[in-house]
Design a protein around this ligand. Sequence first.
Ligand code: MG
Length: 155
Amino acid sequence: MIKAIVFDFNRTLFNPDEGALEEGAVGILEELSKKFLLGLLSKKGEGNRLELFNELGIRKFFKVVKVVEEKNEAIFMECVRELGVEPRETLAVGDQIKKDVKYSKALGCTTVWFRKGKFAEIVPENAGEEPDYTIRDLRELPSVVRSLSSDNGLV
Ligand SMILES: [Mg+2]
């Protein structure tokens, strides 16, 4: 059963080319935060990420927020642990196969690849990089989550 969702920030919730959140992001986070514990795992970027999360009005949806130098398996595990769940109870959503999907999958998380933008053509090269789900629009995420929940008999 999925209890938590860990989001990537850049090019997943936020489109840096447009300097804005992805279409529908706030509504999706608001809905999901009512049923799931949400985590935000972001690589350091230009400017102050934590301030940006507040300015964008999304900080409040997350139980755990981490801004890190580099992502790796251990960082994902820390995030999962701080959410108080197990990897198998966690859905990880990100745009990079070689980072978001690979590291979270190695831990045992269920993975969603947001295949859009700069990294859309960097595809899985082995089983450890295969996402469980692929979406092209963030607004597809709620239906993925619903299908996961109904698989568990929750609906
Ligand atoms: Mg990203």
